[in-house]
Design a protein around this ligand. Structure first.
Ligand code: GLC
Length: 561
């Protein structure tokens, strides 16, 4: 079963996918920045963790104005990370351990150093080179007002004015993110053809799929209207426009032409579950990140509602759900769940938010048990398996994230979840680099207990919990394919209880008091110690329920969804 699950073409329906933020994973050459050789050396760790695939954040040549999401060349590896030959070897070596590879494709924008953008700047207004982007004259008699007042996802304006060779101000260009990330014009056939070719370039190298960055933003309304107060479905001028689906349908055709077919995973931030599901129709993407679940607070009603809405929306298109607790853009769960407001919202990020890390850690452990029990695909962001907290006291002069700078220093930015991993030893760089050199972001001095080496020897560690969860998940038929049914009859207020298949129950106590458990034969895994047989606050378990003959004592599940 396990082997079959790993090798069949529908592997992506139940996979555990580990996100490698290359810069911060492991540094083999000692320059303080993670690299491909570092990942290669740690492949046995990833095999032992039990993941099915790795998603690499962009490893392409980039000036790093946005951590690599400003790509200057989609077909070469950034020299800080290694070479194309190393990437090819890494893909093969991972595969030899049964681990597939997903690469990150960034279609909405390129780096301002990309040859296309440099050519567009040089060629001037009205040129075919500029048509691949969104160059536009300014408004007003002097052309000094931006073409629109659209707001950037990184705060501030979305247009920057060019300067001609004579120093005179010229046209403006659109960038939904930083000025170093000019947006491509997806109405242009060359933009479409180029990206299909990039997909083939990586698929030909054996990668199993792509993660599509900012997937709902590519297409813009060419009339450039302002954003309405309450845009109806498909009415937003630069988000979730209907024409996007045509792009993904053509990418699906590219992916399906391979044997085995390659997989498309979308980064789709959309509040509307029905619109979200449209991206997952059978001839579009295979899966997309479930940010609704990720952003919810640690609250039983909220989480249950999100699970239900998610499963319902995915059922309508026969796509598997994904469960994501964090990634390289958001606050680490150990920190987020330790706060009075444990929801996630980019706009609400502030320095100095009070946090109880002991509470956060307990909840993050329970959240791992919960998400690993849900039907679909599980994402693990590097370092979450070690229970790393957000690093909130990085020296200000070491911060790199444009989100921090563009907010005028109000938003701490995303560096705190990107701190290099601690592997071994008692002091920085904790085995991240082979030398004593300080990594590109400094690591806290109190991470000795959080290293992978330390945690591997401790059965009560977060790493041991993740290893147990992933091993059980891989081998248990109920967890692989069993339907989810809520155990309403047993649920207390603030408790999530559900079955997978007929034999496995997951119970999570988010209430302030310990609760009894349904009758069971065995506790398969628990995020914390049971006390007198009760499940304490902020604790989760997987239970093996009595087999069929003893079914009379079993709780009555609600009908299958
Ligand atoms: C995505 C990435 C994020 C990046 C942005 C712009 O949201 O996850 O890291 O900054 O796109 O490319």
């Amino acid at each position: 079963m396990a082997e079959q699950g790993r090798h069949d073409d529908a592997w992506w329906r139940t996979a555990v996918i580990y996100q490698v933020y290359v810069r911060s994973f492991a540094d083999a050459d000692g320059d303080g920045t993670g690299d491909l050789a570092g990942v290669r050396a740690r492949l046995p760790y990833l095999r032992d963790l039990g993941v099915d695939a790795l998603w690499f954040t962009p490893w392409y040549r980039s000036p790093m104005a946005d951590g690599g999401y400003d790509v200057a060349d989609y077909r070469t590896i950034d020299p800080a990370f290694g070479t194309l030959a190393e990437a090819e070897r890494l893909v093969q070596d991972a595969l030899a351990l049964g681990i597939r590879t997903i690469v990150d494709v960034v279609p909405n924008h390129v780096s301002d150093q990309h040859p296309w953008f440099q050519a567009a700047l040089a060629a001037g207004p009205g040129s075919p080179e500029r048509e691949r982007f969104w160059f536009h004259p300014g408004r007003g008699p002097q052309g000094d007002e931006m073409p629109t007042r659209w707001e950037s996802s990184f705060a501030g304006p979305t247009w920057t004015r060019t300067t001609g060779p004579d120093g005179a101000p010229g046209e403006w260009y659109l960038h939904l993110f930083t000025p170093e990330q000019p947006d491509l014009n997806w109405d242009h056939p060359e933009v479409r053809a180029e990206h299909e070719d990039i997909l083939r370039f990586w698929f030909d190298r054996g990668v199993a799929g792509i993660r599509i960055d900012s997937a709902a933003l590519l297409v813009k309304d060419p009339a450039l209207p302002e954003v309405p107060d309450r845009p109806g479905p498909g009415e937003h001028p630069h988000m979730d426009r209907d024409a996007l689906h045509d792009v993904y349908r053509s990418w699906r055709r590219v992916a399906d032409a391979y044997d085995p077919p390659r997989v498309l995973v979308g980064e789709v931030w959309l509040a509307d579950a029905a619109r979200f599901a449209q991206y997952l129709r059978p001839d579009e993407m295979h899966t997309a990140f479930n940010f609704d679940f990720m952003a919810r607070p640690w609250d039983a009603k909220e989480l249950r509602e999100s699970v239900e809405t998610t499963l319902e929306a995915h059922r309508s298109v026969d796509a598997p759900a994904t469960w994501v607790l964090s990634n390289h853009d958001v606050t680490r769960p150990v920190t987020r769940y330790g706060r009075a407001d444990s929801s996630f919202d980019f706009a609400a990020k502030r320095f100095g938010t009070p946090t109880d890390l002991a509470v956060g850690r307990r909840r993050a452990r329970a959240a791992a048990v919960l998400t690993a029990a849900l039907p679909g695909c599980l994402y693990v962001y590097q370092g979450d398996e070690l229970g790393l907290p957000e690093v909130e006291d990085l020296p200000l002069d070491r911060l790199q994230d444009p989100m921090h700078f563009r907010s005028g220093g109000v938003d701490p930015g995303r560096d705190g979840c990107r701190v290099p991993l601690p592997w071994s030893g008692d002091a920085p760089p904790y085995g991240f680099s082979p030398t004593a050199r300080e990594p590109w972001l400094p690591q806290p001095r109190d991470w000795a207990d959080l290293t992978a080496e330390h945690q591997a020897q401790d059965p009560g560690s977060m790493l041991s919990l993740y290893r147990t969860l992933l091993a059980l998940r891989r081998d248990d038929p109920d967890l692989r394919t069993g339907a989810l049914r809520w155990l309403d009859a047993d649920a207390h207020d603030g408790v999530l209880a559900f079955m997978r298949g007929d034999g496995l129950a997951c119970v999570v106590n988010l209430s302030p008091a310990p609760v009894p458990l349904p009758a069971h034969d065995a506790v398969l895994v628990a995020s914390g110690e049971l006390v007198d047989g009760l499940l304490p606050t902020d604790t989760a378990v997987w239970l093996r329920l009595p087999a069929a003959p003893a079914a009379t004592s079993r709780p009555t599940p609600t009908p299958p969804e």
